[in-house]
Design a protein around this ligand. Structure first.
Ligand code: NAI
Ligand code: MG
Length: 494
């Protein structure tokens, strides 16, 4: 029997008020259950919001360096637990052990980074036009916030939201993805262990419509930070618009890698294989389009196929496995249906294209690494996020056309170019409509000290991580002190 876990509300572990539960399963072996979790509803969300509201006043007055100290302590705990948690992460969401480790490391790195923010959190001093008047800006926490996360980075993404919320002085309700409730619970337990005051971080498990939507709707929640699908993000954006809430969205993409004839082919092939197939393509920065110059195409294609053909698909716990399962049966069907769409549109499957069903694959969600050729920019498989081990090659004749193709999608998260030509490099840097641009590096593998987020439908202008991380959770307050002993009127009025 798998262990039963609970919600964390106001510093207490409690079941869902309706008593319902759901299980978390291993995508490599769906009959292995990692735990049973509360299936929460609006009632549970309301209890969590009340707890967050109750804790807010005291918390926002706690000095920022003191708030930040909890982050540092959690980082140190995670360092001790990285091996144990990586294995649990691989069992809960499938990706390889190395990648699970990287996910937790990213969380640790960001906790360290945000812990430092507690002693920065700078504002500005600005001159006044009047004598005896002093002006400055200070940051102010936005209040109670809702954090809704996906399953592909079960520690890193929640950390990207929880850490800045905490250091900012916000109190929060965290609703993790229903596919990765175990890792979310472990993370919240770590905050409990280091003594974070009750109500500052509340955990409500459950499904999107039952437990996510009530957070968005709750009148006392001032801001929503969401990472997930465009479809849900658009809905949240509309609701937050109507309710006058701040909302920051990170909604995936249709990322691209451009390969020019002067590219170092060893590096370009490896970057494409890693960018397209790490986490089985289930990264918002996954390389799902390869725009390859005619002068490089035959060599690049041949070498990529050799590389992909040698990938072992299997359980992410096995050390030589490169391609792990996709998260659940629904996603598997979704990815397979996109492969059919690609074939119907006239793209040619060069390798892969099928579900794996034989020995070792019976109980999991395994799909072969799939590469299409003859993909054209207007095809659905070149426009829509597939979120699986599928990529495709689009041919091009010059860098300007390559950039036009790269930009011809509604998303704009991550783009890469492989070239050594300085003109190509600067055209890419200045013209690509993507929030993250790499030169001679893969589209995946963002570092936490840089802002993360995208243009167009990838989001709504906010950035996570980097020096911008606090902006999601803080307001700017303009403060002026008049010590002139007079009532002074600005703009020359006397
Ligand atoms: P999703 O967008 O449905 O789920 C993400 C989170 O939102 C989960 O915590 C979910 O419970 C919550 N949610 C769902 N409906 C909600 C609602 N009405 N109100 C509030 N919260 C809600 O993503 P899902 O179903 O896991 O994956 C579907 C597709 O989304 C993927 O194939 C992929 O294209 C995209 N996706 C993109 C991600 C990224 O990193 N950008 C991450 C996960 C999914
Ligand atoms: Mg969904």
């Amino acid at each position: 029997m798998a262990e039963t876990y609970q919600n964390f509300i106001g510093g207490t572990w409690v079941p869902a008020s309706k008593g319902e539960t759901f299980d978390s399963a291993n995508p490599a072996s769906m009959d292995e259950v990692l735990g049973t979790f509360p299936r929460s509803t609006a009632e549970d969300v309301d209890a969590a919001v009340q707890a967050a509201k109750g804790a807010y006043h005291e918390w926002m007055q706690t000095p920022a360096p003191e708030r930040a100290d909890y982050l540092l302590r959690v980082a140190l705990l995670l360092e001790e637990r990285i091996d144990e948690w990586s294995e649990l992460m691989t069992r809960e969401m499938g990706k390889t052990l190395k990648e699970s480790r990287g996910d937790i490391q990213e969380g640790i790195d960001f906790l360290h980074y945000m812990a430092g923010e507690g002693r920065r959190m700078q504002g500005m001093t600005v001159p006044s036009e009047l004598r005896g008047k002093f002006s400055m800006t200070v940051r102010h926490p936005i209040g109670v916030v809702g954090l809704i996360t996906p399953w592909n980075f079960p520690i890193a993404i929640p950390t990207w939201k929880i850490a800045p919320a905490i250091v900012a002085g916000c109190t929060s309700i965290f609703k993790p993805a229903e596919d990765t409730p175990l890792l979310a619970t472990l993370l919240v337990k770590a905050f409990e262990e280091v003594g974070l005051p009750p109500g500052v971080l509340n955990l409500v498990h459950g499904f999107g419509e039952d437990a996510g939507a009530p957070i968005v709707e709750h009148p006392d929640v001032r801001a929503i930070s969401f990472t997930g699908s465009l479809e849900v993000g658009r809905m949240i954006n509309e609701r937050c618009g109507a309710l006058m809430k701040r909302c920051s969205l990170e909604l995936g993409s249709k990322n691209v890698m451009i390969v020019m004839p002067d590219a170092n082919m060893d590096l370009a092939v490896e970057a494409a294989a890693w960018g397209a197939f790490a986490t089985s393509g289930q990264r918002c920065t996954a390389t799902s389009r390869l725009v390859v110059h005619e002068g490089a195409k035959s060599e690049f294609t041949e070498r990529l196929l050799t590389r992909v053909g040698g990938m072992k698909v299997g359980n992410g716990l096995e050390p030589d496995v490169e391609l792990a399962p996709v998260i659940n049966a629904e996603q598997k069907q979704r990815v397979l249906s996109y492969i059919e769409i690609g074939k119907d549109e006239g793209a040619k499957v060069l390798i892969g294209g099928n579900e794996l069903t034989g020995e070792g694959y019976e109980k999991g969600n395994f799909i072969e690494p799939t590469v299409f050729d003859e993909m054209t920019p207007d095809m659905r498989i070149a426009q829509e996020e597939i979120f699986g081990p599928v990529t495709g090659i689009i041919r091009t004749d010059d860098v300007d056309e390559a950039i036009r193709i790269a930009n011809s999608v509604d998303y704009g998260l991550s783009a890469a170019i492989y070239t050594h030509d300085i003109t190509n490099v600067f055209k890419a840097i200045t013209q690509l409509e993507f929030g993250i641009v790499y030169v001679n590096a893969p589209t995946i593998g963002a570092e936490i000290q840089l802002p993360f987020g995208g243009m167009k439908n990838t989001g709504n202008g906010h950035r996570e991580a980097g020096p911008q991380a606090l902006d999601e959770f803080m307001e700017w307050k303009a403060v002026s002190v008049d010590f002139s002993g007079k009532v002074q009127k600005a703009q020359g009025i006397d």
